[in-house]
Design a protein around this ligand. Structure first.
Ligand SMILES: [Zn+2]
Length: 395
């Protein structure tokens, strides 16, 4: 937890990304945070930088709000039973991700499907990630998957117990739009957000959810609109882009061609503010520590979107759609940052052009709630320049 009133100054920033799709780049070279919240940003000469407990010299690298993964399947701590891996969240922090949102803890062996059991597990999962942040990463978990027999009182009870998200509709026994809509509406009435498994079955046991069911159910997020892995036919994806006012979530674990179709449709419809990114990891295709950066580079390089805007898909767009106080360079928001630079030997005149050419940046530091949580990434390509902590001096 951030120390109250403790000051962090990040100076000598080369490029300030905001996460705001209406203005992805801000003028300035310095960010000041107090007590883990953004206090000010702009040019150092105009800011009060005195008395900082921690000073970071960005050494000219780019600062972005910490990346958000809108779609993960955590289970417990920093362990995933899906691929029997430890420290997958720490690995993902090394990919620049500081916040994750659970789409259901569905990989728990023996996951309860009876109502009392599924509610108990959701509440417990919400608590154990609230009480323990792996490597500092904010994991919003405790996302129950709806099952037949749930009543409004169940959603009321879940909401009162701290549950804020539903797991993917369709991963449980409810496979029809009418039942799903009734439950999603109850969830929303009590302040719980919803998402849906769009597309074909992901693994044996899951099922098809087509555009009609997505539209009828009306979840807040069109979960993996590009499939996870199997995408819907093109006409259904275009139809969802046209008809939905909800978030259009593109995932790393989906169909890349369908991802580009979604992006192109959203751009033509003037709906880029609805595009958000996730990995859907851990999954059958594994843990994806660089998944969000890879999505940004892929969509920017092949989807005719400038890199600064593509970073908004992974930060501010998601934060706004998910109602989180992260992901935006905004006074009062959490001081969660990813510092990165053009990768060594990557083509392009700067980090943005390098990403637009399809290359990943190198992450040099992550900061969560004003606290440095990781240094030079062990997973990204090495960055040209690295930030350093100058006060207190690094050992
Ligand atoms: Zn899914």
């Amino acid at each position: 937890m951030p120390v109250q009133n403790e000051k962090l100054v990040i100076r000598n920033i080369g490029l300030l990304l905001t996460g705001k799709i209406e203005k992805p780049i801000e003028d300035g070279d310095c960010v000041v945070a107090i007590g883990g919240r953004i206090e000010a940003f702009g040019h150092e000469k105009d800011l009060d930088v005195e008395g900082a407990a921690t000073v970071v010299d960005a050494n000219g690298v780019t600062l972005s709000p910490g990346l958000i993964d809108s779609h993960v399947h955590p289970v417990v701590g920093d362990y995933t039973p899906r691929q029997q891996q430890l420290h997958w969240i720490d690995s993902t922090l090394n990919g620049g991700v500081t916040t994750m949102i659970s789409a259901g803890e569905v990989h728990m062996p023996g996951r309860p499907r009876d109502l009392i059991g599924l509610k108990a597990m959701a509440i417990a999962a919400q608590r154990w990630y609230e009480n323990f942040r792996p490597s500092g990463v904010k994991v919003h978990a405790g996302a129950p998957v709806i099952e037949h027999g749930m009543e409004e009182s169940d959603f009321e009870e879940l909401a009162a117990s701290g549950v804020k998200y539903l797991g993917e509709v369709g991963l449980g026994g409810v496979k029809d739009g009418a039942t799903a809509k009734r439950m999603v509406d109850w969830a929303r009435k009590h302040g719980i957000q919803s998402t849906i498994h769009t597309g074909g079955p992901s693994i044996p046991g899951s099922g098809l959810i087509d555009a009609d069911m997505v539209l009828e159910t009306g979840t807040d997020v069109v979960g993996h609109i590009n499939g996870g892995h199997t995408a819907l036919p093109d006409d259904q994806i275009v139809c969802l882009c046209e008809k939905c006012a909800q978030a259009l979530e593109i995932v790393h674990n989906g169909n890349e061609r369908a991802a580009l179709l979604t992006l192109n449709s959203a751009r033509e419809l003037g709906k880029l503010d609805q595009v958000i990114l996730g990995t859907d990891g851990p999954a059958g295709s594994g843990v994806q520590p660089l998944g969000i950066l890879r999505m940004v580079a892929m969509l920017s390089s092949l989807g005719n979107v400038d890199a600064a805007t593509a970073f908004c898909f992974a930060t501010g767009n998601t934060a706004r759609r998910r109602g989180l106080d992260v992901g935006l360079l905004e006074i009062g928001y959490a001081a969660d940052f990813t510092l990165m630079d053009q990768a060594q030997h990557a083509p392009g005149k700067d980090i943005l052009e390098s990403v637009e050419l399809g290359n990943l940046p190198g992450v040099g530091m992550t900061i969560i709630d004003g606290e440095i949580r990781s240094g030079r990434s062990r997973n990204t390509p090495p960055a040209k320049k690295l930030p350093t902590r100058t006060h207190p001096p690094e050992l």
